[in-house]
Design a protein around this ligand. Sequence first.
Ligand code: SF4
Length: 204
Amino acid sequence: MRRADRRRRRSHLAARRRRDRPQSLACFTRDLDVLPFPTRHLCRNELYVRPDTGAPQTTLVTNRGCPHRCTYCLASQVAGLANRYRSVENVLAEIRECVERYRITSFLFRSDLFTQDAAWVRRLCAAILDAGLQISWACNARVDTVDAETLAWMKRAGCWIASFGSRVVTKRRSTASRRTRPSPMPTAPSSSVVRPASSRASIY
Ligand code: SF4
């Protein structure tokens, strides 16, 4: 390889390393409880519905960031490697506001990885149950962060569906994925397994 080519390649690799480096925690708000609730009174909330039932639904961010670095996912770069959780009390207050002020009882917990901290998940579920809130919700999960007991808590507290990221499928998809976003991870494809509670699983 000629010297100019080697230099170009070194510069390309350095740029790629910079791009794939997760953002430092210093870039992010650590205490998410200081952030105000969304100004839902400025939205036409009736436009947002649960796709299968048509019931009003809103998204609610319970935590941000993810310590994993799945090849196809930008979470660590967009929100950092530390999973920053809001307090259970703060999340519960926003749920209450949605229920009491906006009559919304269906939620999409829009978090990179909702289930990273099983103890936090169980505390939130217990708080929802103690408050007598009749809500349904969906979340993102990862198979190695859940166990049967946590899933049972989630279901009791209103979780009806959880999305799981997976790294599998065919060599062709793996190669295509690596081409679009290089990564140290050994395999790559992007796919999700969605399992409605007590029903079948689907992969897409
Ligand atoms: S797919 Fe899920 S587990 Fe993987 S990096 Fe993204 S948020 Fe984290």
